[in-house]
Design a protein around this ligand. Structure first.
Ligand code: 2RA
Length: 322
């Protein structure tokens, strides 16, 4: 299996390598691509060293079984279409193509079937969307969801290596604020990405639009507030959802647990507990009134929210090949 990773030196790219190592996929041709700055550096895969190559249009025209992209929207917009034109299957972690009508936006456990024998660009959803739709997917499928009210508590690793470094620097007394609008140490910042004309942030509108696309249901109303918190790994989400009919609490608990790679627990659930896991964890299920429920969702945003979902898309696509 010839696999290429574009953005191999980034937080998600490096985690993609780890998740591929953990999988049973037989990768006998791995190519690692990054910017000129990183070309020549070496990274290990299954104890073998691989030299990072500078990305170029020529290397994107070669034939791969799968290409995983996580190098930002500009790199994806420039190179993914070239790779797609060469007949490749690309799984892109950027937001560049997610809302394009002809591009599948995939969480394999929910809508993986839509990429059977698909060729071209497959979009990986935003991290905060993935864990939320995974937790709610069986409820949506079996009952139907009318409204979702979500507040996120997003780790700094969502902003990549630079986000992690900024918090660590501040904890060591270096108060740089290059990547967040304010000091993130001992603080919370209710803004991730630019604030749009409608008053919502780009991050919040991703949760609205991507949820509807993944569930293939434009009737769902999503009311998001996305917040950055001084946590290294692990996005947490407080979610209130209203469903189409009255259902007992126990049934909702069973539906949450019915989704592969989702675990419901009555135990305390924190980001520190889930960092490094590929599972989406749900706890604090409560019921208020007839059709309204509240939950707490936590997942490793770099794994569940990016690298693991991307590799799961690859494995699902491979599994369904005729
Ligand atoms: C963030 N979801 O957390 C965005 C991009 N990974 O910064």
């Amino acid at each position: 299996m010839k696999v290429g990773i574009v953005g191999a030196t980034g937080e998600v790219g490096r985690t993609m390598i780890k998740v591929l190592e953990e999988s049973n996929l037989k990768v006998d041709g791995l190519r690692l691509f990054a910017s000129k700055k990183s070309a020549g550096k070496k990274l290990k895969f299954k104890d073998k060293e691989y030299t990072i190559e500078e990305i170029s249009e020529n290397v994107m025209r070669e034939k791969y079984d799968y290409l995983l992209f996580s190098a930002g929207g500009n790199v994806s917009r420039r190179y993914a279409p070239i790779a797609a034109e060469a007949g490749n299957v690309i799984i892109d972690n950027s937001s560049a193509f997610r809302m394009q009508e002809n591009i599948p936006l995939v969480v394999p456990e929910i809508n993986g079937e839509i990429i059977k024998n698909y060729k071209g660009i497959i979009a990986n959803p935003n991290c905060s969307t993935i864990q939320m739709v995974l937790a709610l997917s069986e409820i949506q499928k079996q009952i139907g969801i009318e409204e979702i009210f979500v507040s996120t508590y997003q780790a700094v690793s969502g902003a990549g290596n630079k986000g992690i470094q900024e918090l660590l620097n501040q904890q060591n007394g270096i108060n740089n604020t290059a990547h967040f609008p304010d000091i993130i140490m001992n603080n919370v910042i209710p803004q991730i990405g630019p604030i749009l004309e409608n008053g919502f942030t780009e991050e919040e509108m991703k949760m609205v639009n991507e949820t509807r696309k993944i569930f293939n249901d434009d009737s769902i109303s999503v009311y998001p507030t996305a917040v950055r918190v001084p946590v290294l790994y692990g996005h947490s989400e407080s979610v209130v959802f209203r469903i189409k009919k009255d259902i007992p609490l126990e049934t909702i608990k069973n539906l949450i647990s019915a989704t592969e790679n989702v675990v419901y627990t009555e135990k305390l659930l924190t980001p520190l507990m889930v960092a490094g896991s590929n599972i989406t964890y749900v706890s604090r299920l409560r019921k208020m009134g007839k059709n309204t429920f509240l939950i707490w969702i936590v997942a490793d945003n770099v794994r569940v929210g990016a690298a693991t979902n991307a590799v799961r898309i690859l494995l699902k696509h491979l599994e369904m090949r005729d």
